[in-house]
Design a protein around this ligand. Structure first.
Ligand code: ADP
Ligand code: MG
Length: 303
């Protein structure tokens, strides 16, 4: 069997079956961050890697700045998805010998710009040679008060599915670093967590449909997504909005009775669907109420 037979998600399923659990491991593989019991809080840990020609292309030196920003943003978004606050980062870089020193400084300028804004300390990492591709891998630590932790696995039948922002902009622009204009929803996620309104949450880094699939899988429920409700970035196709990804918006579920309270937070969210029983599966519904087949959705490595 080859990786191309099972894909990235199949591979992760295989790996997660071998997971060991210490009493301090609250959540291991399967959410946006691992959650580790600490004295009076939970520690959050996440890692994301970006590889040249898989996740990005490098055309100019300024791309290194954008790459640094994006790699940091992807990790911050995973901490935001848990309702937490990022604190410390480890940064691993793999670089071909020919890389200019200036390019590496630009990469760090990009990471530092967000680290400064969100009060994250880069406390270590690793530097290695790479034969051809530039690689950046960030491990981000964070924390969340016990009562504010939000998981993927706690959506309930009857909940509404909400999203922040608009979708499909990155896919429309062919995921170019130079034009990426993702938003980081850390403030929004903290507001949601503290208001105790949300039943489950995830970030939309692998695309809107993929996010809903992941919530459904983790929560053992089904879902309906109403495609004409999905907020699209200007000029993005429906396909791009549903499956595009690389946007760090939040997708969350909420009891329908809490919608008035949610509106008071002024997050500018959109309701895009609802949670149904698991046996109904995850379905896409068009403007005429017709059920459309769902592609598995999102970018998948090795496929
Ligand atoms: P995200 O898109 O939120 O960063 P991923 O889709 O990359 O999450 O990963 C899904 C889950 O699988 C996460 O909990 C992640 O920590 C875990 N995971 C991914 N790759 C591995 C691996 N090689 N070994 C162990 N766990 C992994
Ligand atoms: Mg995530």
């Amino acid at each position: 069997m080859k990786l191309s037979d099972i894909g990235e998600f199949g591979l992760i399923d295989l790996i997660s079956r071998h997971e060991k659990k210490l009493p301090s491991t609250m959540i291991g593989i399967g959410d946006d961050c691992a959650v580790i019991r600490s004295q009076n809080k939970y520690l959050l840990v996440t890692t994301d890697t970006f590889v040249q020609d898989v996740h990005f292309k490098i055309r100019t030196q300024n791309d290194f700045f954008e790459l640094g920003k994006k790699a940091m943003a992807a990790n911050i978004s995973d901490v935001a998805a848990m309702g937490g606050i990022p604190t410390h980062a480890l940064v691993t870089i793999g670089l071909p010998k020919r890389t200019s020193v200036k390019a590496v400084q630009e990469l760090y300028r990009g990471m530092d710009s967000l680290a400064k804004r969100y009060k994250i300390d880069i406390v270590g990492g690793d530097t290695v040679a790479s034969p051809k591709a530039v690689l950046v891998s960030i491990t981000l630590l964070g924390e969340v008060e016990k009562e504010n932790l939000l998981l993927r696995s706690t959506a309930r039948v009857g909940d509404l599915i909400c999203v922040t922002g608009r979708f499909g902009g990155e896919a429309r622009d062919n995921f170019k670093l130079q034009t990426s204009n993702f938003k980081i929803n850390l403030k929004e996620s903290r507001k949601l967590a503290k208001a105790k309104l949300v039943t489950s949450m995830i970030d939309s880094s692998d695309g809107l449909v993929r996010s809903v699939l992941e919530i459904a899988k983790a929560s053992k429920v089904g879902a309906e997504i109403f495609e004409d409700l999905v907020p699209r970035a200007k000029g993005a196709t429906l396909e791009q909005a549903l499956y595009g990804g690389e946007e760090y918006e939040l997708a969350f579920t909420i009891r329908s009775s809490k919608i008035t309270q949610l509106k008071k937070l002024k997050l500018g969210e959109t309701i895009v669907g609802n949670i149904v029983a698991q046996k109904q599966g995850v379905r896409l519904v068009d403007a005429y109420g017709k059920i459309k087949p769902l592609k598995s959705g999102g970018y998948e490595h090795y496929k």
